[in-house]
Design a protein around this ligand. Sequence first.
Ligand code: SF4
Length: 222
Amino acid sequence: MQGEGPSIGRRCAFVRLGGCNLSCRWCDTPYTWDWTGVGDSGVAYDPRSELHAMPYPEIRDRLAAYNVPLIVISGGEPLNQQTRLYPLVQELHGSGHKIEIETNGTIIPEPDLADLVRFNVSPKLRHSGDPESKRIVARALEVLATLPGAAFKFVCRTLADLDEVGALVERYGIGSVWVMPQGRNRGELEQTLAVLSDATISRGWNLTTRLHIMVWGDRRGV
Ligand code: SF4
């Protein structure tokens, strides 16, 4: 199930790719990139056990077996591998699937790929701990903001975070804005939603929770 953003609640299958060009301190998937323990958990994951090379026809067949209409490609940062991703996306699109790619908004997508998918773009704010020069790439945000259907999802904790979002929305002409609370359990999500909800709606933006956390908690593989 897609747990976040415009497709929240829809049945889907996930492709989770390894590697990321950022290192957000609160990242909820550090096992895709944190080999040295720089994240909040301090755990250094082992790429030999976390990453598995797989030919794309095998991925395609495994996805088809789920018999769901929506495929979500996430990471890590999937656009790090966009050239190798394209044949898979092309086949999934040809077999009638809708495809969403989750991206941190720092990489410009190839036009051929962009024609076949919808992007959920999640630019990172100051509280991620990433330097601005890495997390905000103007040209990538400008391109992504013009793509039809692109939705921008911002992880927020405080009302000051909404001001930071507002500045990015204005600077890059971002249309579809979703505010999502940071949180890795039901209590954190409820608390942060209570802080953010009225201010988000009054700015004319959308609000999303993290439905998979509400249902299953912070577990891998769901
Ligand atoms: S961009 Fe996403 S996957 Fe990469 S470190 Fe940040 S939260 Fe994690």
